[in-house]
Design a protein around this ligand. Structure first.
Ligand SMILES: *[C@@H]1O[C@H](CO)[C@@H](O)[C@H](O)[C@H]1NC(C)=O
Ligand SMILES: *[C@@H]1O[C@H](CO)[C@@H](O)[C@H](O)[C@H]1NC(C)=O
Ligand SMILES: *[C@@H]1O[C@H](CO)[C@@H](O)[C@H](O)[C@H]1NC(C)=O
Ligand SMILES: *[C@@H]1O[C@H](CO)[C@@H](O)[C@H](O)[C@H]1NC(C)=O
Ligand SMILES: *[C@@H]1O[C@H](CO)[C@@H](O)[C@H](O)[C@H]1NC(C)=O
Ligand SMILES: *[C@@H]1O[C@H](CO)[C@@H](O)[C@H](O)[C@H]1NC(C)=O
Length: 551
């Protein structure tokens, strides 16, 4: 925190433009919903099918503004959006730039998504709801459509802004080994159909220009946080000045399952926020392939390797990865993956459509429009089971944080582990959430699982928030989870439920507007409750898009 304050002061004194946006501590308490603008909602809310999934489908910033109730209804307190700047217009061998990763003018905006005014309105609309805006940015390369492959093609550098000369770029080379940092950082991510001229990020001129640009972008649209696409593909020294010029919390996409490859960015003070790719891979293994122990081991390795797990983004899906439902259709497993995402250490990050159990195993099928994606056939179905589950989990986490902000930095500890079950406790005494994750699936049997010891003080009454059943911690401080059908469980002290908006207890916002407020729980509308939640957590995912397009 101290360091962040210093960085802000430095940024402010440099340009005077850098906004004093929320820092890592604020973001750590948030919960992030990731939106791919073209695929989230059209301005008129229409749900006609998109006929060309490699092209623009019509989603806009205004469409997102109109659907913020849908996101806030799940308890999210931040939204991450796909890149906003002007992209190449060609329909290339890889389709159109609907995803936003093919910038050709960093000072223009992508008019397919709306006007600069619309983007400002989106920022304002989020802030009016006390939600944060995170914007995805590409700072490794620019883009130009080509008819074939490099090096047989000519790049017209004058078409690229503001880097309009060959001197701003690395000389052409193809990435032949993604695990070799030198090659991955010096060579071009795109070499066929769409060339991605690689910025000479070692040059001071490029570093200064990118800094000026991001200071302006953050200030012009009151952006609260950034995701740096393909952060693994730029040299380390390029990152700290960029983050400083941005003046806001930043997630850097380091697409690697190796703890050290990712955690070294925190240890070396290059960037504090990182999507948790090391945990992502065993998380998927735990809930699709039965390897709960692997997840447990990785959690412990990341605790040892990283300096601050509270700003790692926990996720089970993003726009570059196979959707969970494409790996295994079982709904109970999908519920556990989401429960882990939201209740583990770190900033929960969910990708649009995960709450509708959307399928799609690779690009562009993992980016199908949300409006055509619900299993029920009703677009934006707020009664979908995973929508309800997500709303419950975010409400619980937001509530725990609102009572005691130390919840965020308190480390989750493992209370129980067997090949099909993991139970954890997170949070200081009194606001601890005890969670039980299962990978038995919908056909899992019914049994009682005692979880402890010292999950709670002896005798404490707790509520299991999915079933709203009450029980008391036993003489060892254990709680008993009534397992069945592979469902996850989450417990919270009954004495602290007021204000949660769960199990009949009013939300804080509702209680505040009730002049005759009493202590009795009242029946409440889940969506309205979650929509009023004031506290939350946060963030997500990164890179693969470029690499995947090349494949
Ligand atoms: C670039 O390298 C990849 C291996 O990373 C290879 O598959 C591809 O054919 C190469 N493309 C060109 C144009 O050299
Ligand atoms: C931000 O706004 C200023 C003033 O209109 C403009 O000069 C600058 O180019 C803008 N920066 C970006 C990145 O849009
Ligand atoms: C989390 O809270 C528990 C109970 O108050 C405490 O014993 C533990 O030291 C805390 N852990 C951290 C990392 O703050
Ligand atoms: C408490 O739970 C643990 C497993 O998490 C179990 O080993 C132990 O027997 C339980 N103790 C009691 C008294 O329930
Ligand atoms: C408002 O207060 C009344 C009277 O104390 C109580 O019965 C009711 O449950 C409260 N409603 C909410 C939403 O808190
Ligand atoms: C989940 O659905 C149940 C049953 O419809 C409802 O009572 C509850 O309020 C919903 N929970 C949330 C958090 O929306």
């Amino acid at each position: 925190m101290g360091r962040f304050t210093v960085i802000l002061a430095a940024a402010a004194s440099l340009g005077g433009l850098a906004s004093a946006g929320p820092g890592a501590a604020e973001w750590a308490s948030r919960s992030i919903y990731q939106v791919m603008i073209d695929r989230f909602a059209r301005s008129d809310g229409s749900s006609e099918e998109c006929t060309d999934i490699d092209g623009y489908c019509g989603g806009t910033w205004t469409g997102l503004i109109n659907k913020l109730d849908y996101i806030q209804g799940m308890g999210f307190t931040a939204v991450q959006i796909s890149p906003v700047v002007e992209n190449i217009r060609e329909d290339t061998g890889y389709g159109e730039a609907y995803h936003g990763y093919w910038s050709n003018n960093m000072y223009g905006i992508n008019e397919n998504f709306g006007t600069a005014g619309d983007l400002s309105h989106l920022s304002q609309a989020l802030h009016d709801r006390d939600m944060y805006l995170m914007v995805d940015v590409v700072i490794n390369n620019m883009a130009q459509a080509i008819d074939g492959s490099m090096p047989d093609q000519t790049i017209d550098y004058s078409q690229l802004q503001p880097f309009n000369d060959e001197r701003y770029y690395h000389e052409y080379c193809n990435i032949t080994d993604y695990d070799n940092d030198e090659i991955a950082q010096q060579c071009w991510l795109g070499v066929t159909n769409v060339a991605l001229p690689d910025l000479d990020t070692e040059s001071q001129e490029v570093t200064d220009m990118i800094g000026t640009w991001i200071t302006g972008l953050v200030a012009n649209y009151s952006i609260d946080g950034l995701r740096i696409d393909a952060a693994k593909h730029v040299n380390n020294e390029y990152l700290p000045p960029f983050v400083e010029a941005a003046g806001v919390f930043t997630f850097g996409e380091i697409f690697s399952g190796v703890v050290d490859n990712v955690c070294k960015y925190q240890r070396d003070n290059l960037i504090s926020g990182l999507p948790n790719f090391p945990v992502y891979f065993p998380l998927i293994q735990a809930f699709t392939a039965g390897d709960m122990e692997g997840l447990s081991e990785m959690i412990s390795d990341v605790n040892d390797g990283c300096t601050d797990t509270s700003v790692l983004g926990t996720f089970a899906e993003n726009h570059d990865l196979p959707r969970f439902a494409s790996l295994v259709p079982d709904l109970a497993l999908a519920k556990n993956a989401i429960a882990f995402t939201i209740l583990a250490d770190g900033i929960p990050t969910m990708y649009q459509g995960q709450e509708q159990h959307m399928p799609g195993n690779y690009s562009p099928y993992n980016r199908a429009p949300l409006w055509s994606g619900s299993e029920s056939g009703t677009p934006y179905d707020t009664s979908a089971p995973l929508y309800n589950l997500t709303a419950t989990l975010n409400a619980l986490r937001n509530h725990a944080i609102s009572i005691d902000s130390r919840y965020v930095s308190n480390h989750s500890i493992e209370l129980f582990l067997d090949p099909s079950t993991m139970a954890t406790r997170k949070g200081p005494d009194g606001v601890q959430i005890v969670a039980v994750f299962s990978n038995q699936g919908e056909r899992g049997g019914e049994y009682e699982l005692s979880v402890g010891p010292s999950a709670y003080e002896i005798g404490t009454e707790v509520i299991e928030v999915f079933s709203c059943t009450r029980s008391n911690a036993n003489e060892a401080g254990n709680v008993t989870a009534l397992m069945g059908a592979g469902e996850p469980k989450a417990f919270f002290p009954t004495a602290q439920m007021e204000g949660s908006g769960l199990c009949g207890y009013a939300s804080n916002a509702e209680a505040a507007t009730n002049t005759s407020s009493g202590a009795e729980p009242s029946a409440t509308n889940g969506a309205a409750i979650a929509a009023d939640v004031r506290w939350g957590t946060a963030l997500l995912g990164v890179m693969g898009a470029l690499a995947f397009w090349l494949l």
